[in-house]
Design a protein around this ligand. Structure first.
Ligand code: ASP
Length: 324
């Protein structure tokens, strides 16, 4: 009885307090943790969103790059942050689906994070340094086979989308690649442009501008449709690697326990950003497809995340990816 009374009292006190916190939220700067280097695809997406979300929320939204171990360090920082809405994180297919299958994480990817919004999806481009001596995918496959174990391929870490796509390529072609891990696709792409490494599977968002500027070569896009921004680049089906589809989808998450009204404000600011014609134009130029509003919701992100885990974990675990 007494316990019930105390519980009732606590509930009565916490309700107005919770909504008071939510009413004044946000009263200071918000941080979006990007688990990869500045200048990469996840970082670019986060910066476009941060600027527009800040306008809706009436506070500055900054981006913090907490890098390392294919994004696991940055995602852990969000899972352990105070659940007050002032630290949230962006992540994607490999940080939130692949990594939990291969890294010994100290948090639970589904239960220690609160989904906020499903943001966009982006295929990969198979790209190379400009002076690589081949010009189409079939010749590239032959070249990698002839140079087995010597072809250097930049990745954003073991288990990153860029790495898993490369493993998929090895499996389909029989070629052996030499993976070079970076702290994000940003610095890896810089080394590719400088001719320090041979190839990369990169999120289209990162490499489209460099392909357009003629600084690197693109061989194929890992989706069923060509990219509007690069209509001359064939799909993997057209170019000779049928079925090598990888879509890197991004979402936003808050730490578990973030008050519901606070999370709702953050989600709403994200939806507003995704509806803004200027944001949409920037995303389109990067090949980032924005899901329909009904799919952007926290509930849809949760359902999609769970479905992707079910789909990919058996495949990823069977691939035996080693973290050294
Ligand atoms: N998302 C990573 C980055 O932004 C790239 C990757 O996962 O391959 O650098």
């Amino acid at each position: 009885m007494r316990r019930q009374f105390i519980a009732g009292l606590l509930l009565a006190c916490s309700l107005p307090l919770g909504s008071a916190v939510a009413q004044t939220f946000p009263s200071k700067q918000i941080t979006i943790v990007v688990p990869f280097s500045a200048g990469g695809p996840t970082d670019t997406l986060a910066r476009i969103l941060a600027e527009r979300m800040g306008r809706s929320l009436g506070q500055t939204v900054i981006v913090e790059n907490t890098t390392g171990a294919a994004g696991t360090i940055g995602v852990a920082r969000v899972a352990r942050a105070a659940p007050d809405g002032y630290t949230i994180g962006i992540g994607h297919w490999s940080t939130h689906v692949v990594n939990p299958a291969i890294y010994p994480l100290t948090f639970d990817i589904l239960n220690d994070l609160e989904p906020l919004a499903y943001v966009a999806t982006n295929p990969q481009l198979l790209i190379s340094r400009k002076d690589l001596p081949v010009n189409d995918l079939k010749s590239l496959i032959e070249w990698t086979k002839a140079n087995s174990d010597k072809v250097t391929v930049g990745t954003a870490g073991v288990g990153a989308a860029s790495h898993v796509s490369g493993l998929y390529f090895e499996q389909k072609t029989g070629a052996r690649l030499r993976f070079i891990p970076y702290r994000g696709a940003g610095p890896a792409l810089q080394d590719l442009i400088a001719g320090q490494i041979d190839m990369m599977f990169d999120q289209a968002a990162n490499s489209i501008p460099q392909v357009q500027a003629g600084k690197i070569k693109a061989f194929a896009v890992t989706s069923k449709q060509r990219l509007k921004a690069l209509p001359d680049i064939p799909t993997v089906d057209e170019a000779g690697l049928p079925g090598l589809y990888i879509a890197v989808w991004h979402g936003l998450w808050a730490p578990k326990g973030t008050p519901r009204e606070v999370a709702a404000k953050l989600s709403a600011a994200t939806f507003e950003a995704l509806a803004d014609p200027q944001v949409r134009e920037k995303f389109a130029a990067l090949g980032q497809e924005i899901p329909d509003p009904a799919q952007q919701t926290a509930g849809s992100l949760r359902a999609y995340h769970e479905a992707e885990i079910k789909l990919w974990w058996p495949l990823i675990k069977a691939a035996g990816i080693k973290i050294e």
